[in-house]
Design a protein around this ligand. Structure first.
Ligand SMILES: [Zn+2]
Ligand SMILES: [Zn+2]
Length: 239
């Protein structure tokens, strides 16, 4: 089956995510857009994933749970797990590696945790957009340990991307997938970085606002759509 996906989007828990990016609005908009598979990837946290997972289940959308981790090199990496339970286990590891600097909501924006009724149940006090002390060299192995996958985010962008910081995707990172943002030129990137030819290329919206969410376009072919199957598919290098 064709699986129309968007594996990178932010909720109101990301300080830069719009307050309209609630679990219900994200799942509702995904349904309208014809997506079968979505992932919630707030900065350095997974705490809105349980609500989105529950709503996805009720609406026939497969939901992966994860985060957009900022590595110690200030590179964004998307980390995805087949369930919110596994993602939250991973977050308990990440929480010890975040900087303990408090958010200033009036400057950076609110960081709201919501339940599946879009009711606020809490907020995260630490500012989530800062770098962790986890290196890009280690992140794949750490995600493996928690049953997930990691891939570098928006590699074609001029900031917070592996190419803008390191100039290459080191083979030692062990990535089997990479994300190119919507404006990126896949063929040009593959010519300059042949390592990408063996990777799954993922095109995500990185939505922070409902109006940035994207119509169904890019897809994978999978026999059966489950979170585990998606993770396994992305973990195996492209043939
Ligand atoms: Zn990013
Ligand atoms: Zn993002």
């Amino acid at each position: 089956m064709k699986v129309f996906y968007d594996l990178h989007m932010h909720s109101c828990l990301s300080p830069c995510g719009d307050m309209d990016m609630t679990p219900n609005n994200i799942v509702g908009m995904s349904t309208l857009l014809g997506l079968n598979l979505i992932a919630l990837t707030d900065h350095n946290t997974c705490q809105n994933c349980p609500a989105v997972e529950e709503l996805g289940r009720a609406n026939g959308i497969c939901v992966l749970s994860g985060m957009e981790l900022t590595t110690s090199e200030e590179i964004h990496v998307v980390c995805l797990f087949p369930s919110s339970e596994k993602a939250l286990n991973f977050e308990s590891f990440v929480a010890d590696h975040r900087m303990k600097i408090k958010n200033k909501p009036e400057i950076y924006g609110e960081q709201a945790i919501l339940n599946s009724q879009d009711e606020k149940t809490g907020e995260i006090e630490e500012l989530l957009i800062l770098a962790t002390d986890i290196s890009i060299m280690d992140i794949k192995e750490i995600c493996d340990r928690y049953g997930g996958i990691a891939f570098p985010a928006h590699i074609n962008r001029d900031s917070y991307s592996v190419l803008s910081v390191l100039g290459e995707i080191p083979a030692e990172c062990g990535f089997t997938a990479a994300e190119i943002s919507q404006s990126g030129n896949e063929e040009k990137l593959k010519d300059s970085h042949p390592i990408l030819k063996k990777m799954h290329i993922i095109r995500d919206s990185d939505s922070h606002y409902l109006e940035n969410m994207r119509d169904a376009g890019p897809y994978f072919e999978l026999d059966i759509l489950t979170g585990e199957n998606v993770i396994n598919y992305l973990k195996n290098p492209k043939k």
